[in-house]
Write a protein that binds this ligand. Structure first.
Ligand code: GLU
Ligand code: ZN
Length: 497
């Protein structure tokens, strides 16, 4: 591999189909392509493969763009930014595909196939019964004009089928090494439906050729389309589509979920939007996704995207299946969260606090100051930004907006013991002259642990629930200081009943 930034001819693409909600597999593929492009100073092309009108949606397209931006992937060519090979949405490129299909037909590299579904199925089950490969048998490869005319006059509409070469196809996979497909295993395949609609099998390699893609990095599930695409590339070169350069292919390992199954789009931990909703940091999630098939070094899990870009080589991609581990993703995210400067942490929490209604659309100076003071208290305790809502809500809500967690209140505060503790805390704190963490702690220890003889855990948990409304909060004495004397006393008085 060349040094970073020296192989500017590198052109890679990320080309999802806008169906459903974006999943972690997509983000992993985008990440590896993006890091590869950036490492080489090359070009990252973002293309939308939306030729399947029945499954694609505008909503899903918008969400894809949003998620790409959230994750911080900048693309050099693609939707919104344009580029020399525009348009980058395949639904805007149908005339291109019709023209290519036409050229392939005229050159004899593709042909019209009139077989019906029933005929295909019947012949393939017969082949199976006789121990022959069940794929398309080449029935229409060399029809005579008369045969064609007969099908046409019977009202049959043909598909366009690609004539695969009769020799084995070998390529050197960047992740897996040399792979050979025997011709028997790669039968002629359909490029264009009988209604004229082009398929992935055509549009994906055509655009890779036209967009001068040099490296195709994608999931292992697409490995079986590679020999077909290599066969097609050769024909495209012959009919003058693209530069004639076949890209290098690298197939990224499967991602396994629970129970040794492939992680499916339907698994809840697949849903990318869910990570944003919970408040994963993009850099935390990407750091974890990078580990699904790649490693920066042995025994090193935590790195920034800059470090990944500097170090990224395909040679370090592991062909073995990777295991998705949500706990590990959370631990990595928590590490990134702890490393944020306090200002940054505070500003990243704001949208989550706003979303939950804890903060309003405009944050006052006083709220901002309080948030800055509180941020270091929660930084060590949070795994995701969304947890700030539960942990810090008590600082920003007053009156009827302050609501205690019901189960905590009913177990800890509703008892006579609980009320006694809260009353004693109120009395001790009312007398305090200086409202500071150390003085608050001293007063509460004196009143609850020494005088009432309670275990600190029990004593403080009642106070915690009374003033924060939660069993889990930032450290209690600091929280009391931040809350302010007046508000703290009011909550204790109200909890004491
Ligand atoms: N649109 C295809 C997909 O999302 C792209 C596959 C490829 O990278 O070739 O599966
Ligand atoms: Zn046929």
């Amino acid at each position: 591999m060349t040094d970073p930034g020296t192989d500017t001819g590198v052109r890679v693409r990320f080309c999802p189909s806008p169906t459903g909600s974006p999943h972690v597999g997509l983000a992993r593929t985008a990440l590896f392509n993006w890091a590869f492009a950036r490492h080489h100073g090359g070009t990252f092309v973002f293309r939308i493969e939306d030729t399947d009108a029945a499954r694609d949606s505008e909503d899903s397209y918008r969400t894809l763009l949003e998620v790409m931006q959230w994750l911080g992937f900048d693309w050099d060519e693609g939707p919104e930014v344009g580029g020399p090979h525009a348009p980058y949405r395949q639904s805007d490129r149908f005339p291109v595909y019709a023209d290519v299909a036409d050229r392939l037909l005229r050159a004899g590299r593709a042909y019209h196939c009139y077989c019906t579904q029933d005929e295909l199925e019947e012949r393939s089950s017969q082949a199976r019964a006789e121990g022959r490969p069940p794929g398309y048998d080449g029935h229409c490869r060399d029809l005579t004009d008369d045969q064609r005319a007969a099908y046409e006059s019977a009202g049959r509409r043909p598909v366009v089928r690609f004539r695969m070469p009769d020799h084995a196809i070998t390529f050197d996979d960047l992740v897996r090494g040399e792979i050979t497909f025997q011709p028997d295993h790669v039968p002629d395949y359909v490029l264009v439906r009988s209604n004229g609609h082009p398929l992935y099998t055509l549009v994906n390699p055509v655009d890779d050729a036209l967009m001068e893609i040099t490296h195709v990095l994608r999931g292992e599930d697409l490995l079986s389309s590679t020999p077909r695409q290599i066969g097609l590339y050769d024909a495209l070169a012959e009919v003058g589509v693209g530069t004639g350069q076949i890209p290098r292919f690298g197939h990224l390992p499967y991602v396994m979920g629970q129970g040794n199954r492939k992680l499916s789009k339907r698994d809840p931990e697949s849903n990318l939007l869910g990570y944003r909703e919970r408040g994963f940091l993009p850099e935390g999630l990407l750091n974890y996704l990078a580990l699904l098939g790649w490693a920066i070094a042995e025994d090193r899990d935590i790195f920034s995207m800059e470090e990944m870009v500097a170090a990224f080589t395909i040679g370090r991609v592991n062909p073995n299946p990777a295991r998705f581990d949500l706990r590990k993703a959370e631990a990595i995210n928590a590490t990134h969260l702890r490393a944020l400067p306090v200002e940054e942490l505070a500003s990243r929490m704001v949208p989550y606090l706003q979303q939950a209604g804890v903060l309003g659309a405009t944050v006052t100076d006083q709220q901002h100051a309080r948030l800055l003071a509180a941020a270091p208290l929660v930084q060590e305790r949070m795994v995701t930004l969304g947890e700030s809502v539960d942990m810090l809500g008590f600082l920003f809500t007053d009156g009827s907006a302050f609501v205690r967690d019901e189960s905590a209140a009913s177990t800890v505060l509703a008892t006579e013991d609980g009320r006694t503790v809260v009353r004693a805390a109120h009395e001790a704190l009312s007398a305090l002259a200086r409202w500071e963490t150390a003085a608050i702690e001293e007063a509460l220890r004196g009143a609850l642990v020494e005088r009432l003889g309670l275990k600190p855990r029990n004593a403080f948990s009642a106070v915690r629930v009374a003033v924060t409304g939660r069993r889990i909060s930032p450290p209690l004495f600091e929280s009391l200081e931040l809350l302010g004397k007046e508000r703290a006393l009011a909550r204790l008085a109200e909890a004491a009943g």
